[in-house]
Design a protein around this ligand. Structure first.
Ligand code: PLP
Length: 368
């Protein structure tokens, strides 16, 4: 039965990962590869492992369960849910943590299962998502002492995150703050902190600008290798595969959604009749461009939101979407598009995330 296709290029993903490893290496920084946008696809996890990665991170335990056959450490990126600790220990080797109760539960369960579990202790430097607040130094110190005192659990490192809830940028200032917390901990503990995980792919801009704070030696990277984009200044990076479209939309030709046309016709550009709200209860305005040729595609908002999709054919523009349909303007396209033809889109991060979640799309992994 018909489903639109999402083509994922694992060769380009592997090559981008090799480029990222090399770039970070120049600053003495290692990385774990975040696979969460692909909803636990083992194919993409394998591609980054083939590039030389030895830790894969996912935000859901059920996704780590899908990649047990892959030879690498598995890290749970979203702090563990207390009610799923048994599975956290079973399917992950490491997890990001900030709650004493959860850390104690992890230790008890690891003991039960007879294994060791690594804790990356999160410190919130201002973005206001997970982590112990950076000004509460004593709480950070006490949690580390607790981790060191418990059996079957060890400190993998300390970490922080940016640009997620609070839009806070990774800067030299907050990077230096993390380094000074690390150095103070090392003095108080009388031993080195194994690793300082400074953030996600948005931290890369400090390397690009040559201002990377010395002392930060780890990143958790997804978007960099997945899109070849430096996200703070929003620019495509030369040594990476990425889109060739400069449309102010961070999409990539590594992810191509292809959907079939189910209707082609010429209609007015302004609806006829008294206007109310659309399928999602939003009022809308329409610009009158006369009668134009358009097509209906067999995918909708329940599959992928259209504002993260960019037509590969630049002469096609997006008109809108309902749950099950996407409407495009094909008046200027040089292709003679007909019912049954497919139209291709490059996807941005959000569209890729949603496309990988839905059961309404079929995946194809290519090495083209
Ligand atoms: C998603 C996530 C990352 C990776 O983010 P990218 O922007 O894809 O690099 C890193 N750390 C945490 C805690 C995350 O949730």
């Amino acid at each position: 039965m018909y489903k639109p296709t999402l083509k994922i290029n694992t060769r380009k993903l592997k090559e981008n990962t090799q480029a990222a490893i090399k770039d970070l290496n120049k600053f003495g920084v290692s990385m774990m590869a975040v696979n969460k946008v692909f909803n636990g696809a083992p194919e993409t996890a394998q591609a980054v492992v083939d590039a030389g990665i030895n830790v894969i991170a996912e935000s859901r335990v059920y996704n780590l369960a899908k990649m047990q056959h892959i030879d690498c450490l598995k890290c749970l990126l979203r702090s563990p849910v207390l009610s799923e600790i048994e599975d956290v220990i079973r399917y992950s080797d490491l997890s990001l943590n900030s709650e004493e109760t959860v850390i104690r539960a992890l230790a008890a369960e690891a003991q039960k299962q007879g294994c060791q579990h690594g804790v990356l202790l999160m410190i919130d430097l201002g973005d206001l998502r997970e982590g112990v607040w950076f000004e509460n130094y004593d709480d950070i110190l006490q949690l580390i002492k607790l981790i060191q005192s418990l059996d079957n659990i060890y400190l993998y490192g300390i970490g922080s995150n940016f640009n997620c809830y609070g839009t806070v940028l990774p800067t030299v200032t907050n990077g230096d703050t993390l380094v000074s917390i690390k150095e103070r901990l090392e003095v108080d503990l009388g031993q080195p902190i194994p690793l300082t995980s400074a953030g996600n792919c948005t931290s890369y801009h400090l390397m690009d600008k040559g201002t990377w704070p010395a002392g930060l030696d780890h990143l958790r990277m997804g978007g960099l290798q997945e899109f070849g984009i430096e996200y703070v200044d929003m620019k495509y990076l030369d040594d990476y595969h990425h889109s060739h479209k400069d449309v102010g939309l961070a999409c990539s030709d590594m992810y191509i959604l292809s959907a079939e046309i189910i209707e082609v016709n010429a209609k007015p550009t302004v609806p006829v009749g008294e206007l109310g709200v659309d399928a999602f209860l939003n009022p809308k305005e329409f610009e009158d461009k006369g009668i134009r040729k358009r097509a209906l595609l067999a995918f909708g908002l329940q599959d992928v939101p259209f504002d993260g999709c960019h037509p590969v054919d630049d002469k096609i523009s997006l008109l809108g979407q309902t749950s099950d349909h996407t409407l495009i303007d094909i008046e200027d396209s040089e292709q003679q598009l007909q019912v049954g033809d497919c139209v291709e889109f490059e996807l941005d991060y959000t569209a890729l995330l949603m496309a990988c979640q839905t059961t309404g799309i079929k995946y194809q992994f290519t090495q083209e």
